[in-house]
Design a protein around this ligand. Structure first.
Ligand SMILES: NC(=O)C1=CN([C@@H]2O[C@H](COP(=O)(O)OP(=O)(O)OC[C@H]3O[C@@H](n4cnc5c(N)ncnc54)[C@H](O)[C@@H]3O)[C@@H](O)[C@H]2O)C=CC1
Ligand SMILES: O=C(O)[C@H]1O[C@H](OP(=O)(O)OP(=O)(O)OC[C@H]2O[C@@H](n3ccc(=O)[nH]c3=O)[C@H](O)[C@@H]2O)[C@H](O)[C@@H](O)[C@@H]1O
Length: 440
């Protein structure tokens, strides 16, 4: 099939590449000239495991091309995916300006039947809005608008796209349904379902999935805080409840709050939709409040330990991205923590396998960027673990002990076992578990 993907960010680039991988001819369009020029040379602008290999292969086979020319891409395609940003506006609602602007342009470009597929996360009613814009200039039989929300996770995006748990397609057009069904066949060969539904239900499904997952995380963060106060161990509680198939094992990990470009904005946007429809969705209010509080938890633990005096103290931070295996720092808990430490006049040095370049754009020379995980420990008062990259799990403990000024660890992701920390004599303060006081 011939496909255009408008927007080549985390979702657009993965979508375009994976469709090319199954034999389709894909034209990817972006307004960012620098990004397009990099992609034309085969340089992947984001860190996403496995993506560059597929990208190179499909560029070489001429199955994927990059352009800034929307008209060219649309003329050469039958299906147009919109993978554009939908950032939160001032009031928490999703800002649809990118989607609606492109829809206006499409209305002047389309000359024969096209399917316009919304892959961005958009509020209920957006397919109708896009339809109305197109229908102002085009005969109704020239297009169908489909809602096809994306459920991929950054860091495992390629796998998630190639083998999705399910595909959700919102359309009431039989013509569009048949084509979308065919397009997705290579991705559901293991029997994973394609659910067809109306556009509004598909749009709602995406927000509900993200909000439900965010709610599980906030719930577990509250459980963790209670465990700390009662002497229970949240990791054991997590395993204890997760083996109940009604609950399930995944997305029960407590930490320092959910971040990323989606959970924070999508919970806000669903909350806004409820408000706009005069419904008071109380649970979502709490999910957001708990998350805001949890993002401060490491800083509070640090402040308490140093009796509010952080001036001149030196902290080594491990992990900056909002989760492992990505360079994305949008709404990353690390950013808030670094700012709080700097405001308290502490010195901060950071290490992350791939996200340091992005953090440098935010903090510049206010923090020190280390070439490996151990450099920053030299003379540091404490190690602070913010993102659970695999390489932090079994570190060289001897070097840690040798380099750190004091054997102190604040761990926002429960990376180490309490037994190991006890054995090594660390002061070790994690989430929802007893504090090990260690031997200094
Ligand atoms: N990042 C993720 O893991 C997921 C994101 N989503 C949703 O997908 C949508 C896109 O998200 P991301 O890919 O993360 O955003 P992103 O910010 O990484 O990428 C968006 C791209 O669109 C481009 N763009 C902006 N205006 C344009 C225009 N007029 N024409 C062509 N290109 C234009 C930007 O230059 C950028 O490259 C959002 O609605 C998001 O909520 C959904 C599932 C997963
Ligand atoms: O709409 C989106 O953009 C995507 O948002 C999330 O994916 P993503 O943001 O890439 O990452 P997650 O793995 O969901 O993690 C989100 C945040 O929750 C935190 N988290 C996750 C799981 C957990 O058990 N505990 C926890 O604190 C992570 O540390 C991270 O900060 C969803 O998982 C995807 O299905 C969805 O497509």
């Amino acid at each position: 099939m011939k496909i255009a993907v408008v927007g080549t960010g985390y979702v657009g680039l993965v979508t375009g590449t994976c469709f090319a991988e199954t034999g389709n001819i894909v034209h990817c369009v972006d307004v960012d000239k620098e990004k397009v020029s990099k992609l034309k040379k085969g340089i992947c602008p984001i860190y996403e495991p496995g993506l560059d290999v597929l990208l190179h292969r499909n560029i070489k086979e001429n199955r994927i091309v990059f352009t800034t020319d929307l008209k060219l891409a649309v003329d050469k395609s039958d299906i147009i995916f919109l993978a554009l940003p939908t950032p939160p506006g001032e009031d928490g609602s999703a800002d649809l300006k990118y989607i609606l602007e492109v829809a206006q342009k499409l209305a002047t470009i389309i000359t024969k039947y096209k399917i316009i597929v919304n892959k961005s996360t958009v509020p209920v009613g957006t397919a109708d809005k896009v339809t109305a814009i197109l229908a102002e200039k085009l005969p109704r039989e020239l297009f169908d608008v489909v809602s096809n929300p994306e459920f991929l996770r950054e860091g495992i995006a390629v796998d998630d796209f190639l083998k999705p748990d399910r595909v959700v397609i919102g359309t009431t057009s039989e013509r569009a349904k048949t084509i979308m069904h065919e397009l997705y066949q290579p991705f559901v060969r293991q029997g994973n379902p394609i659910y067809f539904m109306d556009e509004r239900s598909a749009e709602m499904t995406k927000y509900v999935a993200n909000s439900y997952l965010a709610m599980r995380i906030s719930f577990m963060n509250e459980v963790a805080n209670l465990c700390e106060r009662t002497g229970a161990n949240v990791d054991l509680v997590r395993i204890g409840i997760g083996s109940d198939s009604r609950i399930g094992k995944r997305f029960l990990f407590p930490g320092i709050g959910y971040g990323g470009s989606c959970f924070p904005k999508d919970v806000k946007a669903l909350h806004y939709t409820a408000k706009a429809n005069k419904y008071n969705f109380k649970l979502l209010d709490t999910v957001m409040q708990v998350n805001a509080q949890q993002k401060k938890i490491l800083f509070q633990k640090i402040k308490k330990y140093y009796k509010n005096d952080l001036k001149g103290k030196q902290f080594a931070i491990w992990g900056l991205s909002f989760k492992p295996e990505t360079d994305d720092i949008r709404e990353a808990p690390s950013l808030e923590l670094i700012q709080d430490l700097l405001d308290a006049e502490a010195k901060v040095s950071v290490y992350d396998p791939v996200a340091m370049g992005n953090v440098k754009k935010v903090f510049g020379s206010k923090v020190k960027y280390q070439k490996n995980q151990y450099e920053g420990l030299k003379n540091a008062d404490a190690l602070v673990i913010v993102t659970e990259w695999s390489e932090f799990r079994n570190p060289d403990y001897e070097r840690m002990v040798k380099y750190l000024k004091s054997k102190v660890i604040f761990d926002g992701r429960n990376v180490y076992s309490l037994e190991k920390m006890e054995e090594l004599g660390f002061y070790y303060n994690s989430i929802g578990r007893r504090t090990i006081h260690g031997k200094q």
